[in-house]
Design a protein around this ligand. Structure first.
Ligand code: SF4
Length: 366
């Protein structure tokens, strides 16, 4: 790795001049550029594109089932139907949680995801969204990742488009970006089992965008991926967003090791170092630049202190409160916060907190 005093590479100069970076540029930057210069450039570009505001959303995470037909090596959350702690929430339980989320915690968004339940029909999801909207018409339902939508289309023998149209009619407002993991097939096949391919994830997201369902996009890093996998993944998202404009933000998700098969089989023994995490955030900003305005810092996976640093390495959004998050919690990540704490973390690094909605419009704190 080059030292702080090294001159910037031509790729970094291209980024600073507002030129779009190529695959080769991205790989060069991730492998060879000094962290200091990478972070400095990303912070500069973030300032130009997003200014000094740091956004966050008040969201409540609702995991409707942990039963999953897949068995991903990276996952500590899933259970099989026979397991004692397997669950699927009923409509009544979902409404109760929604009441708490909206009335007590003042969430503006319900982030609803779960395992790939092999026996739930479309009616289950339609019933859930209709009941929530009947009770709380103004809450944003951000539910079902492209990976879940793809699975539901296969199980219910409907096309992806038919599933999306029916769920939108039932009240679905936006899609979360999970399940993308890493698109490159040879790496993906080693960490997921029974999930859609990278191409299927991208095609499903594109179908959603076509009918006006926007959503975020993610990448799981810090497992067995190569620099080429990272750059390929981000560029594929960039190219799709240039076509559809359907992504609200990019959220690089740091892999959490505890209780996963990758840990149990000693395939991975430690989580990625903070220096690597910061390189990923900075590179994301440089590769996406104007093609996708928001780069989110997921404090649950990074920890609150590193999340603050990541906001100075290209990030402009702290994602949100993520009340009641269970998936990273299952992999050993504590997740309690409040809107006041998020505001404090942002102010502590000299930036301006702005509460946003799912679509990055500012909302008044309630
Ligand atoms: S990551 Fe998702 S699809 Fe894979 S096992 Fe876990 S819940 Fe199932």
């Amino acid at each position: 790795m080059s030292s702080i005093l090294t001159k910037p590479t031509s790729a970094l100069e291209k980024a600073m001049n507002g030129e779009e970076l190529s695959f080769k540029d991205g790989v060069d930057l991730l492998k060879n550029e000094s962290l200091f210069l990478l972070g400095n450039a990303a912070n500069h570009i973030r300032k130009e594109i997003c200014g000094e505001n740091v956004t966050f959303v008040s969201s409540y995470y609702l995991n409707y089932t942990n039963i999953c037909a897949a068995s991903c090596q990276l996952c500590a959350f899933y259970r099989k139907e026979k397991d004692d702690d397997a669950y699927t929430l009923s409509n009544e339980q979902i409404i109760k949680r929604a009441e708490m989320a909206i009335e007590e915690l003042k969430a503006t968004e319900l982030h609803i995801v779960g395992g790939f339940h092999p026996k739930l029909g479309l009616e289950y999801y339609e019933g859930m969204f209709k009941s929530v909207k009947a009770r709380f018409p103004n809450v944003v339902i951000k539910a079902l990742t492209p990976a879940e939508i793809f699975f539901i289309s296969r199980v219910t023998k409907n096309s992806v488009r038919e599933v999306l149209v029916r769920l939108k009619e039932a009240g679905l407002d936006a899609l979360p970006g999970g399940g993308a993991e890493i698109f490159n097939k040879s790496t993906r096949d080693k960490i997921v089992l029974g999930k859609c391919s990278g191409e299927e994830w991208l095609n499903t997201a594109e179908e959603a965008h076509k009918i006006g369902l926007r959503g975020n996009c993610t990448m799981l890093f810090g497992h067995i991926e190569t620099p080429e996998d990272v750059v390929d993944h981000i560029i594929r998202l960039r190219e799709l967003n240039k076509k559809t404009g359907g992504f609200t933000t990019f959220i690089p998700l740091k892999f959490s090791l505890e209780n996963t098969q990758l840990e149990k089989e000693h395939i991975i023994t430690t989580e990625s170092p903070s220096t690597y995490d910061l390189r990923i955030i900075a590179l994301s900003r440089l590769l996406l630049a104007n093609a996708l305005q928001n780069v989110s810092v997921y404090w649950i996976a990074l920890g609150k202190k590193l999340a603050q640093v990541a906001l100075c390495y290209g990030g402009n959004d702290l994602v949100g409160t993520a009340f009641s998050e269970e998936i990273f919690k299952a992999a050993g990540k504590p997740n309690h916060t409040t809107t006041d704490e998020l505001k404090f973390l942002i102010k502590e690094i000299g930036r301006q907190p702005v509460q946003r909605d799912t679509f990055f419009k500012s909302v008044k704190s309630r």
